[in-house]
Ligand binder design. Structure first.
Ligand SMILES: Nc1ncnc2c1ncn2[C@@H]1O[C@H](COP(=O)(O)OP(=O)(O)OP(=O)(O)O)[C@@H](O)[C@H]1O
Ligand SMILES: [Mg+2]
Length: 486
């Protein structure tokens, strides 16, 4: 391995390279030990995934303090991007809200453990949506506790799981209606102008999608549907979640497609979350992210006979908002979201956040889609009527679920879930038809096991896949990858 060193000011930069034919990998702890650094947050490592790595050593954590976000940061540039944070080298982190070159609505995923800063990061985007005249439908599933300032600053603000489902149904209906209208007008893509972008955002999406959640199947289906139809008609879906496993989010297949194409932000994580993200192919194998500690307290060994230090760990600055924009051009560069509002808790809504939203009315859904959006949309600003509608929905779902004894809302989306016997072959065909592209046997296994039916093993999936290939129903597109024949 060879190394080159550059040192402007107090920052040291090392360029490392392994010989041709080798792939660079590193052990963070060993690297810090070699450099004799006891605070790993001073070190940033980025690799090109092949032979080279750039190691930057700062005199102190460069992201300990970041500036506050401004309205200017949140105005989309000509590529549809806004500034949401800073990388460790001080460069702006740009997140794409919309892709003007293709007219594509974006999908958003924000992961992190509790307190990592998911809701604030989401709120930065909600403010940006208001500033850029995007119509936002938000479900804050902590009963409206996570992003309270958004109330009145978005077109629809839902607090319960029932209302979130009604919102998702309305969004799917709007997307389908737009598709019909656009195709009648001879348009094959979305462009900003007449209809606004419609962004559906779900904070604490894990509550809606985790195993045992009352409307898990239905929510999964609707989110998948939005992911599928929304892109070309200006309807976007965004989830923020505390999840250690994609399985907790309605099944890995649903989200894998979103993850591949969406704007994905990873905040502080737990170790199991990380393992899963790697296992699920979200992070390229061999790629490492410097873990984000809970606080910036340096770890120092202290003699057992020394007295307790005065400023204990609780006084150390936190790391909320630090993370990685995995879908950006520098996925392994640590970044931090710009400061939004007060870090200390406030007794009510944060005036600094309210000021950023501004006093104007949020963008509303286009008139022609109001009827399609339905009764829930009409009643969204009438809490009593909405509560009654949600109760009605809850009871209807309970009655539906009662026959199946699953407690979940059957959707008819997948072949499983009901008491009737479904052939594994049909479940496999449904999974392949649903997928965005060819799937491996393991991918098919995940999808089949997510469909709500009887769990199956990889062996049986492989056997049935073989049979389906022989019968000409499934094609083996390349080694180990299957797709529906036709
Ligand atoms: N960008 C930020 N600017 C200012 N403060 C922040 C920022 N991000 C996080 N914080 C601070 O960290 C706290 C936790 O952040 P937040 O509520 O966004 O986390 P979370 O991941 O949504 O947590 P939970 O799992 O509890 O919902 C906030 O109350 C705030 O004090
Ligand atoms: Mg939160």
């Amino acid at each position: 391995m060879s190394a080159v060193m550059a040192s402007p000011g107090d920052v040291v930069e090392l360029t490392l390279e392994v010989p041709q034919g080798k792939v660079i990998s590193y052990n963070l702890a060993a690297l810090c030990s070699a450099l004799d650094i006891n605070d790993p947050t001073r070190v940033a490592v980025e690799t090109d995934g092949l032979r080279r790595a750039l190691v930057t050593v700062y005199p102190s954590n460069p992201l300990a303090q970041v500036r506050a976000v401004t309205r200017e940061d949140l105005v989309m540039d000509r590529h549809g991007r806004i500034v949401t944070g800073l990388y460790h080298n001080g460069h702006p982190v740009k997140k794409r809200l919309y892709d003007p070159s293709t007219g594509s609505a974006q999908r958003f995923l924000l992961f992190g453990t509790t307190g990592a800063g998911k809701s604030r990061a989401l709120q930065i985007e909600l403010i940006a949506e208001k500033i850029n005249k995007i119509c936002t439908w938000l479900a804050d599933l902590k009963l409206g506790q996570s992003v309270p300032e958004a109330e009145g600053n978005v077109d629809w603000y839902a607090r319960s799981q029932e209302e979130a489902i009604l919102m998702l149904m309305a969004a799917v209906a709007v997307a389908q209606d737009r598709m019909r209208r656009y195709s009648a007008a001879g348009r094959n893509s979305f462009a900003l102008g007449a209809d606004p972008l419609l962004h559906v955002r779900i904070d604490e999406a894990n509550r809606l999608l985790e195993r045992g959640a009352p409307y898990r199947d239905l929510a999964t289906y609707l989110i998948k549907e939005l992911g599928r139809t929304g892109r070309s008609v200006g309807v976007s879906i965004g989830l923020s979640a505390q999840a250690s496993h994609l399985e907790e989010l309605g099944g890995s297949d649903t989200l894998r497609a979103m993850l591949k194409e969406g704007e994905v932000t990873l905040l502080r994580w737990s170790s199991s979350m990380m393992r899963q993200l790697v296992a699920d192919g979200l992070l390229p194998a061999g790629e490492q992210l410097m873990p984000i500690p809970k606080t910036l307290a340096p770890r120092e060994l202290r003699s057992q006979f020394d007295s307790e230090p005065e400023d204990d760990e609780d006084d150390a600055p936190g790391t909320q908002g630090m993370g990685y924009l995995l879908s950006g051009p520098r996925p392994t560069a640590m970044m931090r979201h710009l400061r939004l509002g007060s870090i200390a808790p406030l007794p009510g809504k944060d005036p600094e956040i309210l000021a950023l939203y501004g006093n104007d009315e949020p963008r509303r859904l286009e008139e022609v889609s109001h009827e399609t959006a339905g009764v829930a949309y009409m009643l969204r600003h009438d809490p009593a009527a909405m509560a009654a509608l949600c109760e009605q929905f809850r009871q209807a779902q309970q009655q539906k679920g009662a026959g199946q004894g699953t407690g979940s809302a059957g959707t008819g989306e997948s072949s499983g879930g009901g008491p009737k016997k479904v052939r594994l072959e049909d479940r496999i065909l449904a999974a392949l038809a649903d997928a965005d592209g060819p799937m491996s046997a393991e991918g098919v296994l995940d999808a089949v096991n997510d469909d709500g039916g009887k769990p199956v093993s990889l062996g049986s999936v492989r056997t049935r896949l073989g049979g389906l290939v022989n019968e000409g129903d499934v094609a083996r597109v390349e080694r180990g990858l299957y797709a529906p024949a036709r």
